[in-house]
Design a protein around this ligand. Structure first.
Ligand SMILES: Nc1ncnc2c1ncn2[C@@H]1O[C@H](COP(=O)(O)OP(=O)(O)OP(=O)(O)O)[C@@H](O)[C@H]1O
Ligand SMILES: [Mg+2]
Length: 263
């Protein structure tokens, strides 16, 4: 779906690369998690994909098309993003206005805008809050509205940059379970950026970043098994994975499976 070839970027010429010539692909329909500690380059990568940073080295392919000056607007319409801070992403006075507002540049008929807004709010279980003021919602509800705003654009790739990191545990679980359901129902390609390894269990693929480079790539199990690489990247294996390793002769289980096995 998206392939990055030899992407490099520095914020200032005298500094080290924030992204140091990285190549990766994100497959259509898959949930890819990108993990890495603070400053490892995750958001820089997202900014390059979204066109917020334009003076990068290297090539981006969307499908089989090389992204160029000419086609970038059309190709980037396939992507939608949800950011970290639930309070910085609202412009509308009500939840439904806010979701509809994002559609205004698309030149849709009014009926189509209403239909898409309702459908997207339904997907994140927020339809009953349609006439509420966004700033009065809980953090988790705000992020669900932000996800609805992104889904209303009918993207092929949904990108979430630390979208749960400012939420309390309840809000985080709320948002994660909605995303897992969406991924199963809609086949949307998901690019999930986090520094919290307890959130990656449902990923098809995990990419580990450290100091602007990719230092690991594999299934959740493969990533958890490579403890040295995780330690070098200042990432910690979740407690539940440590427990399952100790209790189950080192055989790997996800968090959900561990709960079932221990019952
Ligand atoms: N606007 C900026 N100007 C200068 N340097 C920046 C800027 N944004 C990020 N950097 C630097 O680029 C590197 C990568 O930062 P980036 O924000 O991509 O990391 P990240 O993995 O998203 O971190 P976090 O987990 O804190 O969100 C860091 O060294 C950071 O200090
Ligand atoms: Mg970041």
């Amino acid at each position: 779906m998206i392939s990055l070839k030899d992407i490099a970027f520095k914020y200032r010429s005298e500094e080290a690369y924030a992204l140091d010539h990285i190549s990766i692909s994100f497959n259509a329909g898959e949930w890819t998690s990108i993990i890495g500690h603070n400053g490892s380059g995750k958001s820089t990568l997202v900014k390059i994909i979204m066109g917020i940073i334009e003076d990068y080295e290297g090539e981006i392919y969307v499908g089989n098309e090389l992204l160029t000056e000419k086609n970038k607007q059309r190709l980037r319409r396939k992507f939608a993003i949800v950011f970290q801070n639930p309070d910085n992403q609202f412009v509308g006075a009500t939840v439904e206005d806010d979701v509809a507002f994002g559609l205004e540049n698309l030149g849709l008929e009014r009926e189509e805008m209403i239909a898409r807004t309702e459908h997207a709010l339904g997907l994140v279980n927020m339809l009953e809050f349609r006439s509420h003021e966004p700033h009065r919602l809980s953090g988790g509800q705000k992020q669900r509205v932000a996800i609805a705003g992104a889904l209303a654009l009918q993207p092929e790739v949904l990108i979430l940059d630390e979208a749960t990191s400012m939420l309390d545990p309840a809000g985080r679980n709320e948002v994660l379970s909605i995303l897992w359901n969406l991924h199963e129902q809609l086949d949307t390609t998901i690019l999930y950026i986090t520094h919290d390894l307890t959130e990656i269990d449902h990923s098809d693929k995990v990419i580990v970043m450290n100091d602007g480079s990719i230092v690991g790539e594999g299934t959740v199990e493969e990533i958890y098994r490579d403890k040295e690489m995780l330690a070098r990247s200042s990432l910690k294996v979740p407690y539940t994975v440590e427990i399952s390793n100790a209790l189950l002769d080192g055989s790997f289980v996800t968090h959900d499976e561990l709960v079932v096995r221990l019952l």
